[in-house]
Design a protein around this ligand. Sequence first.
Ligand SMILES: NC(=O)c1ccc[n+]([C@@H]2O[C@H](COP(=O)([O-])OP(=O)(O)OC[C@H]3O[C@@H](n4cnc5c(N)ncnc54)[C@H](OP(=O)(O)O)[C@@H]3O)[C@@H](O)[C@H]2O)c1
Length: 326
Amino acid sequence: MIKKTKIYVAGHQGMVGSAIVRKLKSIGYNNILTRSHDELDLTNQTQVQKFFAAEKPDQVYLCAAKVGGIHANNTFPAEFIYDNLMIESNVIHNAWKVGVKKLLFLGSSCIYPKLPDQIIKENAMLSGQVESTNEPYAIAKIAGIKLCESYNRQYGESHKIDYRSVMPTNLFGIGDNYHPENSHVIPGLIQRFYRAKISKDPFVSVWGTGSVSREFLYVDDMADASIFVMNLDHKIYKEHTDPMVGHVNVGFGSDVTIKDLAKLVSNVVGYDGEIVFDTSKPDGTPKKLLDSSKIKLMGWNPSISLEDGLKLTYQDYENNNKSLRS
Ligand SMILES: NC(=O)c1ccc[n+]([C@@H]2O[C@H](COP(=O)([O-])OP(=O)(O)OC[C@H]3O[C@@H](n4cnc5c(N)ncnc54)[C@H](OP(=O)(O)O)[C@@H]3O)[C@@H](O)[C@H]2O)c1
């Protein structure tokens, strides 16, 4: 069935935004509005104001953000806080001004304080200090959640708006970032095992003991969860959230040790050398797992296993490598 809701996906060329566009199209939405960063700079108030006034979408997925790893966060802290605050303020305020009823803001699990060995619930936000390396980014993301909550509290009834936020765990998948300094753990491992396979290296060295655990969600599951939360009945969303804790975690629900992850990635890539753990390098927090029981109670579950997601991701990586070589 063709669905005519006019949907603006901000950040549609990014990993999450592109997955949301793919999913929306696959379920029949055919009125999807997109603008590249070059066409519309979301930090520019005038441009954003004009865009919303002209287009008046029905729904907005806010996936655009300045995103990066520890190195980028440390090197450009001013850009990380300024760009993200501006993008969120401009998009959320102008959406409200032109009467957008539904908006979904994508945050990040870095909004939570450093809590070793715990499963992180939504209400942990603002209960302690966040990781100092990405504090400016985390503060901007917290502000995005608070913007949604505050517009709902002030204008929810009078303007019939319902702005929601989702906090994804670590994501991976098609369109991931393979930048040598900025990539996350899965694209980093894929790249290293792939190179080792091509050059027939006898071993690949992985940072740390390999005993710490992390949670990963395939990006198509994230897109599915985003569309699910956007369209969830108001009453059900309200039952499971609080006006001042209005966000919902989206995770896989279980984690994996870096050792097991490295083995899985090396199998998927087809590398048959040895994996060596460099214990002189830091491990980081022993465990980081989101408590995703709320979204599960609301009726959503992930459907793509880590192994299947890795196979799809590697296929995409290989295809891109082939097209670069040809
Ligand atoms: N990837 C993860 O593991 C992960 C985990 C948790 C949460 N998230 C969140 O999910 C969201 C999307 O992440 P992602 O991985 O899809 O990031 P991404 O691949 O870097 O995509 C972000 C998109 O936003 C665009 N953008 C940045 N600044 C802009 C501006 N001023 N105006 C217009 N467009 C702008 C970027 O365009 P350019 O590239 O052209 O600048 C890019 O297309 C982010 O909010 C992120 O925090 C991601």
